[in-house]
Design a protein around this ligand. Structure first.
Ligand code: ADP
Length: 147
């Protein structure tokens, strides 16, 4: 995964991008995702989780803060489990301690965090930051950066 900008024309292209990301994610990766509500963070995350072999419904962690997935059945992938966090409703970064945040990161092969801004400096440095912004109609710009 390289730093740079991707132009995404529609939702299907966003899903394809998720599949592509899933195909090259190294074990232990921590990704953060930024973008306004409706930017497409969930679409991208859902696509990654499905591409890594999860067959069920990917729920939004908006209220639960975290959802985890076991994908150990997937052949040819180093990823056995995934944690998906959405910190939108986090009141205080200190709440991350109650979640057992550090263990959680250690125990999952891929961690994807939406609204990392809410976690302040309690979040460890991400391996990849994904920022999604709106274009005209369904167009989105996806910027990959390594913090
Ligand atoms: P977020 O998680 O960033 O709040 P969602 O992924 O929940 O956003 O919602 C994105 C919405 O935008 C969905 O309703 C989706 O159908 C729509 N959409 C339109 N174009 C795109 C695109 N190019 N990529 C992702 N979603 C898109």
């Amino acid at each position: 995964i390289h730093e740079g900008v991707r132009d995404i024309a529609d939702e299907t292209s966003m899903q394809l991008l998720g599949e592509k990301l899933a195909s090259c994610v190294p074990k232990g990766a921590l990704w953060t995702l930024s973008g306004e509500l409706g930017a497409g963070k969930s679409v991208l995350v859902r696509s990654v989780i499905h591409a890594l072999g999860y067959k069920g419904r990917v729920k939004s962690p908006t209220y639960t803060l975290i959802e985890t997935y076991d994908v150990s059945a997937q052949l040819g992938s180093a990823i056995n489990n995934i944690a998906h966090l959405d910190l939108y409703r986090l009141q205080d970064p200190a709440e991350l301690d109650y979640l057992g945040f550090d263990d959680l990161i250690r125990e999952h092969d891929l961690v994807m965090i939406e609204w990392p801004e809410q976690g302040g400096d309690r979040l460890p440095r991400a391996d990849l930051h994904i920022s999604i912004t709106y274009g005209v109609e369904d167009r989105r710009q996806v910027v990959f950066s390594i913090p």
